[in-house]
Design a protein around this ligand. Structure first.
Ligand SMILES: Nc1ncnc2c1ncn2[C@@H]1O[C@H](COP(=O)(O)OP(=O)(O)O)[C@@H](O)[C@H]1O
Ligand SMILES: N[C@@H](CCC(=O)OP(=O)(O)O)C(=O)O
Length: 372
């Protein structure tokens, strides 16, 4: 099995920001044991900023970006030093991998990360991954490690993503507000409704709370990866989960996951433009799995080139799809609303009949209104 384990700051650190060495040691011991059993494990760890805060004795997470980035630089070294020390005790080799959003959005870099990780796993090494917070500008960050872990799990085609946090799983409402909240044991089918029950982070140290874990579940669902949210403080949690014990909340994957190329288009590719299409075209691509033809395009926005990723909005300006486009924004401006047979007359040439071919089009109702 290929297993990605993600552990959050709230599990790795005490309230005073210092690292919880006992938890870290137990986590490492369990991962080492999984390796001995023949499994491949990738560890996605948060806690760099938290550990930096602990080292400087800061009580509150600072607000400014340079301060947070400096803390990540201080804390990341400390974090890795401790992991390496513990893994070393069990004779395991670790490799630090710090990633940025571009490592996922640039197709070549994406494939490169995939080859490197596969090689590390082949060598029996434990890749220890975090976002490269120190160098990543706020507006181009992935921003939370739940999403990062899910993108990675999909990239390495993992069988399982285990998210360890400070709560027993997903509750049907925010348990801090509602005392009668109940844990959900299994989510058989992903639904956008899940976002409504997800609240923000439980501690000042955490990022994203349950919301980003649901985002991760969405990526896993579409990529065919099973995901489990469990309490990182439960004794022997990783070994128990991998032995089949029901712990926390399990999100089952889609039976027929979308192809890895489409996963990349849906969740990783940088968006360069937007297309607004009419009701008929929306029905054709969503209900009948057709390609998008120029006749259905009403409006185009953004400056994109052939092969770039664009977001497709329906007549109510709701996002319904993403795809790799066959024409540039200037060309689409000229051929929008036109029949396929007139493309050549208008442009003087024709690359394709379709604006987006269905092989490069992912239908994923995000339901997000344009501009939100
Ligand atoms: N519906 C919900 N079910 C469970 N936990 C929730 C829910 N909504 C919000 N939370 C909060 O999410 C927190 C876990 O996320 P977070 O603080 O970001 O931890 P981590 O550092 O592990 O990512 C929990 O402590 C809990 O307070
Ligand atoms: N990359 C950041 C953690 C970001 C993050 O998602 O944190 P968390 O919600 O604790 O998993 C860090 O190392 O501090």
């Amino acid at each position: 099995m290929r297993i990605v384990v993600k552990v959050g700051t709230s599990t790795l650190t005490y309230e005073n920001g210092k690292l919880n060495l006992e938890i870290m040691e137990k986590l490492v011991r369990q991962i080492a044991n999984l390796l001995n059993r023949g499994e491949n494990v990738i560890l996605v760890t948060s806690g760099a900023i938290g550990a930096g805060m602990g080292k400087l004795n800061l009580k509150e997470k600072p607000k400014t970006i340079p301060e947070k980035q400096s803390l990540a630089a201080i804390g990341q070294g400390l974090l890795i030093e401790i992991y390496e020390k513990f893994f070393n005790e069990y004779g395991k080799i670790t490799a630090q991998v710090l990633l940025t959003k571009e490592d996922f959005s640039d197709r070549k870099r994406y494939l490169n990360v995939s080859y490197t990780l596969s090689n590390l796993l082949r060598w029996g090494v434990v890749p220890i991954i975090n976002e490269n917070d120190t160098v990543t500008a706020e507006e181009i960050k992935i921003g939370d490690n739940d999403t990062l872990a899910a993108l990675l799990a999909s990239l390495v085609e993992a069988d399982l993503l285990i998210i360890l946090t400070d709560i027993d799983g997903l509750y049907d409402k925010d348990p801090r507000i509602y005392k009668d909240a109940k844990i959900i044991e299994v989510v058989e089918e992903f639904s956008e409704e899940l976002f409504k029950i997800a609240g923000s982070a439980g501690t000042k140290r955490g990022t994203g709370g349950m919301y980003t874990k649901i985002q991760a579940a969405k990526i896993c669902w579409n990529s065919g990866v099973k995901m489990i949210i469990a309490n990182g403080k439960i004794d022997n949690v990783l070994n128990r989960i991998t032995n089949g014990e029901k712990i926390g909340t399990t999100f089952l994957p889609m039976k027929k996951p979308i192809s890895s190329k489409k996963v990349w288009i849906a969740f990783n590719a940088k968006v360069s433009g937007r297309l607004f299409i009419d009701e008929g075209a929306a029905k054709a691509i969503v209900k009948h799995g057709k390609s998008l033809l120029p006749s259905g395009v009403v409006k185009t926005e953004g400056d994109y080139d052939v092969g770039d990723c664009v977001v497709v909005f329906d007549h109510q300006e709701k996002e319904i799809a993403r795809g790799l486009i066959n024409y540039s924004s200037e060309e689409v401006e000229k051929i929008k609303g036109c029949k396929t047979h007139s493309i050549e007359k208008i442009l003087g040439y024709k690359y394709y009949d379709e604006v987006i071919h269905r092989d490069n089009l992912v239908i994923l109702a995000r339901g997000e209104k344009y501009g939100s």
